[in-house]
Design a protein around this ligand. Structure first.
Ligand SMILES: Cc1cc2nc3c(=O)[nH]c(=O)nc-3n(C[C@H](O)[C@H](O)[C@H](O)COP(=O)(O)OP(=O)(O)OC[C@H]3O[C@@H](n4cnc5c(N)ncnc54)[C@H](O)[C@@H]3O)c2cc1C
Length: 459
C-alpha cells in the first residue's frame, strides 16, 4: 500500500519535456497523474537548454543586424553587448513559459510533487518518507552534460552549457570542445557577441550527424564569420592559468583562451534512483525500451533523453504522448525517428529531416538528389544569407531526406517533414505552388528540378 496519495493511474518521475507531455496527454485521456520533479517543471529544455539558448541566439542575431545595418541603409551604431540585458530578456521568456506550463499542468488536475523521487518497486516511487503508487510508472529523468575522462569541469575556466548560460560577461576568447549542436550554437552566439572562438572536433566535420554537404556549408560560413575550426583532431589536455586555459591537442598544438566550453554530449540520468534494483535493463547508461517506450519491467515506461533515441525536446514530447496513449489502450503508432526534424539554430541554421545520402546508400536505396543554392532565392538574398536546400529522393520514388543550410531555414523544415512523412514524390510536391518571394520557394525549386522541370536553375 502507498503511504502517500494514490494509487494513481500514472506516476511520472521527472517533469521535463518527456515527463510533462506524458502527464498532460494522460490527464486529457482521463487518467489520474502524479508528476514528481526535484527542481523546476520544464526541465533542461526550458531552463538550461532549448529556450535559453534560443534567446541568446536571438540577441546574437540582433547584434549582427545592428553591426550590418548600414548595408540595408539603416543608420545604427553597435555599442556592445550588455549581458545583464541579455539575461533579463532570456529570463523573461523562460519565466513566462515556466509559469505557463505549471498553470497548464494544474488546470488539468495533475498532482505535482516537489522532491527527489526514487523507484522502490515496479509500481512505487518514494519521495522522502512518502511513497506514491502508480498502476504505471513513467521514468523521465533526462540527461546531464558529459565530460571526457580526466577532463575536470571547474565551472570557472572549464565549463559546460549550464555555466555558459549564466556567464556574466562576454569572454574575450573561447575554445569550444565538440562540434555538435550545442557547441556550434554557443560558438555562433559568442562570435556574434565579439569573442574569438575556436571549435575543436574529433570527427572530420562539424555537426557530424548531418548531411556532409550541410556540414561543409556551415564550416565555410563559420570560417567567413571568423570562427576557427580544428576538425579531425583529438583534444589531449587542458591547463588552467590565472587568466584562462591552455588547451593541448593531439600532435602538440596549443590553443590559449579565456574559457573552455566542454560540449561533448549528454549522458542519461539513470543511476542512484533504484532503476537497476527494480530490474530495469540499462545499457551504456540509457534505459532500454521497445517501440512503445516500455522498459524490461512490465508497467514501467521510459521517455526522453533517458532512452537512446534523439536527444530533442520534441522527440521527448512525442514519446510522452505515445506512452500516455499506450497506457490508455489507444494503440498509438510507434515513432519513425528518421521523420523527426532536427535543427541547429546557429547563424546560419542547419535543418534536416529524413535520412542522409550516405544512410540512403547504406540502406540500399537507389537515389537521385538535387541541391538548390540559396543564391537563386530572392528572399534569401534579401536576408543576405547563403546556403542551400538539398533534397534526396528514391529514384522514381518518394523523398527520403531534406537538408538545409541558411538563415531561418529551421522554419522551412516543417514542409520537409510533411513531404518526408507523407512519402511524397518530388513530382507531387512540384504541383504545389510556393508563395513568392519566400525562402520556401527553394524547396519548391528543388522539387521542380527533381520532377524534371527546373525553373530558376542555371545548367
Ligand atoms: C544547451 C542545450 C540546448 C538544447 N537545445 C535544444 C533545442 O533547441 N531543441 C530541442 O529539441 N532540444 C534541445 N535540447 C535538448 C532538450 O533540452 C532535451 O532533449 C530535453 O530537455 C529532454 O527532456 P527530458 O524530459 O528527457 O529530460 P529533462 O528536460 O532533462 O528533464 C528531466 C527532469 O527530471 C528531473 N529529475 C531527474 N531526476 C529526478 C528525480 N530523481 N526525482 C525528481 N525529478 C528528477 C530533473 O530535475 C528534470 O527537470 C537542448 C539541450 C541543451 C543542454
Amino acid at each position: 500500500m502507498a503511504d502517500g496519495s494514490g494509487p494513481y493511474d500514472i506516476v511520472v518521475l521527472g517533469g521535463g519535456s518527456g515527463g510533462y507531455a506524458c502527464a498532460l496527454r494522460a490527464a486529457e485521456l482521463g487518467k489520474s497523474v502524479a508528476l514528481i520533479e526535484k527542481d523546476k517543471i520544464g526541465g533542461t529544455c526550458l531552463h538550461r537548454g532549448c529556450i535559453p539558448t534560443k534567446t541568446l541566439l536571438h540577441s546574437a542575431e540582433v547584434a549582427d543586424e545592428t553591426r550590418e545595418s548600414a548595408a540595408f541603409g539603416v543608420r545604427a551604431r553597435f555599442e556592445g553587448i550588455d549581458m545583464n540585458g541579455v539575461h533579463a530578456f532570456k529570463d523573461k521568456i523562460v519565466n513566462r513559459a515556466w509559469k505557463g506550463v505549471q498553470g497548464l499542468l494544474k488546470s488539468k488536475g495533475i498532482t505535482i510533487i516537489e522532491g527527489e523521487g526514487r523507484l522502490v518497486g515496479p509500481n512505487r516511487v518514494a519521495v522522502g518518507s512518502e511513497v506514491y503508487e502508480g498502476r504505471n510508472i513513467v521514468l523521465a529523468t533526462g540527461s546531464a552534460p558529459r565530460t571526457l575522462p580526466g577532463l575536470e569541469i571547474d565551472g570557472e575556466r572549464v565549463i559546460t552549457s549550464e555555466h555558459a548560460l549564466k556567464l556574466d560577461r562576454v569572454p574575450s576568447s573561447v575554445v569550444v570542445l565538440g562540434g555538435g549542436v550545442i557547441g556550434v550554437e554557443f560558438a555562433s552566439v559568442w562570435r556574434s557577441f565579439g569573442a574569438e572562438v575556436t571549435i575543436v572536433e574529433a570527427l572530420p566535420h562539424l555537426l557530424p550527424l548531418e548531411e556532409e554537404s550541410s556540414s561543409k556549408l556551415l564550416e565555410r560560413a563559420f570560417r567567413r564569420r571568423g570562427i576557427k575550426q580544428e576538425l579531425g583532431v583529438f583534444f589531449e589536455s587542458v591547463k588552467t592559468t590565472d587568466t584562462g586555459v591552455v588547451v593541448t591537442l593531439a600532435g602538440g598544438k596549443t590553443l590559449d583562451a579565456e574559457l573552455l566550453l566542454v560540449a561533448v554530449g549528454r549522458g542519461a540520468v539513470s543511476s542512484g534512483m533504484g532503476f537497476e534494483e527494480a530490474g530495469i535493463a540499462i545499457e551504456r547508461g540509457t534505459v532500454v525500451v521497445n517501440e512503445y517506450c516500455q522498459t524490461s519491467v512490465p508497467g514501467v515506461y521510459a521517455v526522453g533523453d533517458l532512452i537512446p533515441t534523439l536527444q530533442l525536446a520534441h522527440a521527448g514530447f512525442a514519446e510522452g504522448i505515445l506512452v500516455a496513449e499506450h497506457i490508455a489502450g489507444l494503440n498509438p503508432v510507434p515513432i519513425d525517428y528518421d521523420g523527426v526534424p532536427r535543427i541547429t539554430y546557429s547563424d546560419p541554421e542547419v535543418a534536416s529531416v529524413g535520412i542522409t545520402s550516405a544512410q540512403a546508400r547504406e540502406r540500399g536505396h537507389e537515389i537521385v538528389e538535387f541541391t538548390y543554392d540559396l543564391a537563386g532565392n530572392p528572399k534569401s538574398q534579401i536576408l543576405q544569407t547563403q546556403g542551400a536546400v538539398k533534397v534526396i529522393s528514391e529514384k522514381d520514388g518518394p523523398v527520403l531526406g531534406v537538408h538545409m543550410v541558411g538563415r531561418r531555414v529551421g522554419e522551412l523544415v516543417t514542409e520537409g517533414q510533411l513531404i518526408y512523412n507523407w512519402e511524397a514524390l518530388p513530382s507531387e510536391v512540384a504541383q504545389l505552388i510556393h508563395a513568392h518571394p519566400t525562402q520556401s520557394e527553394a524547396v519548391g525549386e528543388a522539387m521542380l528540378a527533381l520532377a524534371g522541370k527546373p525553373l530558376h536553375v542555371h545548367n
